[in-house]
Write a protein that binds this ligand. Structure first.
Ligand code: GUN
Length: 290
């Protein structure tokens, strides 16, 4: 039996992008310019090139200004820091995103720390992590904020629900836990050292899986009717030799048989990230135009 509602992140993301695009003209009239997003790519990492191209296209489609900066893999840390400082000072730029990972000779933390926290639409700066932790307005990383939007769209008020977040990364797990706590969930953060993970997950009304391990969360770990958000994007060998396919961190078919609702991979959380980035950029533009 396959009882779960499939949460259509692609459709939700398309709606969010359309809402952002619809709000851009009013900003243009009021501010006399478009909201601007600067994306910095260092080196030639193929996956990063694809992401940066998609971000550029989505930014332009939303009616925003896209400033793309590409530096060679050999660029020095100082060159990158200089570029970030110039973007901090550029009034046309509301949001700055430095695509990760960076080449190993560049200190990622130092680069992120140099971004103006009020232009940090990725929400990676420690100031924004701190604002989230204490409940002040700032910028929240796009992927967990997208997950929260899907959860609220499906469940409405999350108050009192038991949420288990599997994974404790700074980009997904920790901000996800902070967001769910702010929604009055009872939050458990599980990770690679958690004992009896299956039993922990079985208590959850909400499961967010963000560990990067293909199909690790099994169907019999899921409580009947639970809402399952799968952040994993893992490439595994496909049915035919030489072919690959994408799977999440959750064994989808098994989990869908017991869950109340579940995000697919692909087409679940993935499309939300860019849509939320555009939303964060519009918010930054309004705050900066004050
Ligand atoms: N690399 C993969 N995903 C992301 C993201 O959301 N932001 C940045 N800056 N780099 C990434």
């Amino acid at each position: 039996m396959n009882g779960a509602e499939i949460i259509d992140g692609k459709a939700y993301a398309a709606g969010l992008r359309a809402r952002v695009a619809a709000a851009v003209p009013a900003f243009r009239v009021a501010a006399g310019r478009a909201p601007g997003l600067a994306v910095v790519l260092v080196g030639e990492d193929p996956a990063s090139q694809v992401y940066v191209r998609s971000k550029h296209k989505a930014t332009v489609e939303a009616g925003m200004e896209s400033f793309e900066h590409r530096l060679p893999a050999t660029a020095s840390e100082m060159e990158l820091l200089d570029l970030v400082e110039r973007l901090n000072a550029d009034d046309r730029v509301d949001g700055i995103l430095v695509q990760l990972p960076l080449p190993s000779h560049i200190d990622e933390k130092r680069v992120i720390a140099t971004i103006d926290p009020d232009k940090d639409v990725d929400g990676f700066h420690v100031v924004n992590a701190g604002r989230l932790a204490v409940g002040e307005a700032g910028y929240v990383p796009c992927t967990p904020l997208g997950c929260l939007m899907l959860l609220k769209d499906r469940l409405g008020d999350l108050s009192g629900l038991a949420a288990v977040v599997i994974g404790r990364s700074n980009i997904v797990g920790k901000p996800m836990a902070a967001l769910l706590l702010a929604e009055n969930c009872t939050v458990t953060v599980a990770h690679s050292r958690t004992r009896d993970l299956a039993d922990v997950v079985r208590r959850a009304d909400i499961v967010v899986a963000a560990v990067g391990r293909p199909e690790m969360v099994k169907g019999d770990w899921i409580r009947h009717g639970a809402t399952v958000i799968d952040v994993g994007i893992n490439r595994v060998p496909g049915a035919e030799p030489g072919k690959t396919r994408l799977v999440g961190d959750v064994a989808f078919a098994e989990a869908a048989a017991v869950a109340g609702a579940i995000t697919p991979v692909p087409g679940g959380v993935g499309p939300m990230t860019i849509a939320v980035l555009l939303r964060n950029t519009l918010v930054a533009a309004h705050r900066r135009a004050g």
